[in-house]
Design a protein around this ligand. Structure first.
Ligand SMILES: [Zn+2]
Length: 92
């Protein structure tokens, strides 16, 4: 990468995951620091989140977001994320 974080990268990853797991009946849980921004961006551009992919903001990062994000995107509130906090990369 020659520049900062861009939404094109997670969008690319989501599209690749969709291609690889399309007909495999798998639910993918995508945890990203600004999943709320990505979600809004994808909807604004008229695209849709592929079925079977759900997005969340890491459990500790989400406290830096607005209350609405905390309610809608916290791994603690979304089904299927279990007790993961999504902060594994931060521990490295
Ligand atoms: Zn947010």
């Amino acid at each position: 990468m020659t520049h900062g974080e861009r939404l094109a990268y997670p969008k690319f990853i989501i599209r690749e995951l969709e291609k690889r797991y399309k007909n495999k009946n798998i639910n993918l849980h995508f945890i990203y620091d600004i999943a709320c921004v990505l979600f809004t961006h994808i909807h604004k551009t008229g695209e849709v989140i592929p079925q079977g992919i759900s997005m969340a903001v890491p459990a500790f990062h989400v406290y830096g977001h607005k209350l609405q994000c905390q309610i809608m995107y916290s791994t603690r509130r979304l089904p299927g994320f279990g007790l993961t906090d999504g902060e594994g990369m931060e521990r490295l």
